[in-house]
Write a protein that binds this ligand. Structure first.
Ligand SMILES: Nc1ncnc2c1ncn2[C@@H]1O[C@H](COP(=O)(O)OP(=O)(O)OP(=O)(O)O)[C@@H](O)[C@H]1O
Ligand SMILES: [Mg+2]
Length: 310
């Protein structure tokens, strides 16, 4: 396997000497092109770990290497070229008087020419679907719009790694999916995405790996189905498993997490059932073909399940 682009090794961290450890010996290797989801209950240390990935926080013990550079010895401004971090609260990173300034300030620092800056700004705003006058103040945007602006600012820089800390707060589901598509395409072009979220369905559809944190430690770091698809593990840690997984497990399909996979399995069974017996009313109507819309999933699943008399 190739070398990790970020390597977190046995990192311990606490916010002050008088407080408890918040990270307790965390190790994590991140590789180019991965789409990693980080989940875990509130206070587990997800944000604290994320802030170590671009040097905003430095380990008390252990080491974090970003493209081989020790974050304790490298200025955060230098690390920002490699790792872009989206704060959980967009207002923590919006400072400028206009949308244009907000988007161009880091690009100027990085030395891009005006024409390149204009191009990147346009591409980033399209990516987040934000269509506002560039001379408008970001502070009069709605919360969701400010969040999209913060994402655009990050997109415009196109760092190697995007660390997104719950980026979809205040953003509607359709726009969240559009944004995820943008990030997914970036991973196809060699960028890496690390997404902290509580939305298991989004991770099921997009992540290549899922990390589960609890009490400052990583409990699981594996393929999405090994984490999100483990009903007992999730329930043990106060997470509600996906409906897809519960139905899949109920009909003996193992660790299933993607809606489309469940629909395919159910289609197969319905066809088998139809060939063995007189089809029920439900089974004479074929299930819709591609393009498949995940928002119709619950309806499809319940229709198919009725057909199978589950
Ligand atoms: N600036 C700070 N000073 C002191 N303690 C902090 C600070 N920031 C976070 N903590 C504590 O560190 C622990 C981990 O916090 P962190 O924000 O990393 O959790 P999280 O997993 O991101 O939670 P959430 O899902 O709520 O965002 C919590 O107990 C929190 O109270
Ligand atoms: Mg957090």
């Amino acid at each position: 396997m190739s070398e990790p682009i970020i390597s977190v090794r046995e990192v311990w961290f606490r916010y002050s000497k008088h407080q408890e450890w918040v990270l307790k010996g965390v190790s994590l290797d991140v590789f180019r092109g991965e789409f990693i989801g980080i989940i875990g209950e509130t206070g587990a240390g997800k944000t604290t770990l994320a802030k170590h990935l671009n040097g905003l926080l430095k380990p008390a013990k252990g080491v974090v290497l970003v493209f081989g550079k020790d974050t304790r010895k490298t200025p955060t401004s230098k690390l920002a070229r490699y790792v872009g971090y989206l704060f959980q609260n967009p207002d923590s990173q919006i400072y400028s008087a206009t949308i244009r300034d907000e988007l161009s300030v880091s690009l100027r620092k990085l030395g891009f020419r005006d024409s390149e800056i204009e191009e990147r700004i346009k591409w980033a705003l399209d990516g987040v679907d934000l269509r506002k006058p560039l001379d408008m103040s970001p502070h009069i945007l709605s919360f969701g719009e400010r969040h999209r602006l913060a994402i655009a600012t990050l997109l415009a820089v196109k760092p190697d790694v995007f660390v997104l800390d719950e980026p979809f707060a205040g953003i509607d589901y359709k726009r969240s999916l559009q944004l995820l598509q943008v990030f997914k395409e970036l991973t196809n072009r060699g960028h890496t995405v690390i997404l902290i979220t509580h939305d298991l369905q989004l991770l099921a559809e997009l992540a290549t790996r899922v990390v589960f944190m609890r009490g400052g430690s990583i409990l699981r770091d594996s393929k999405p189905e090994d984490v999100i698809g483990d009903v007992e593990f999730l329930q043990e840690h106060n997470y509600t498993p996906l409906q897809v997984t519960v139905i899949g497990a109920g009909i003996g399909l193992g660790r299933l997490i993607r809606v489309l996979d469940l629909v395919k399995e159910l289609e197969k069974r319905l066809q088998l059932q139809a060939s063995l017996s007189t089809p029920s009313r439900c089974c004479r109507d074929p299930l819709p073909q591609q393009p498949y819309n995940t928002s119709t999933a619950p309806l499809l699943i319940s229709l198919a399940a009725q057909g199978l008399s589950l």
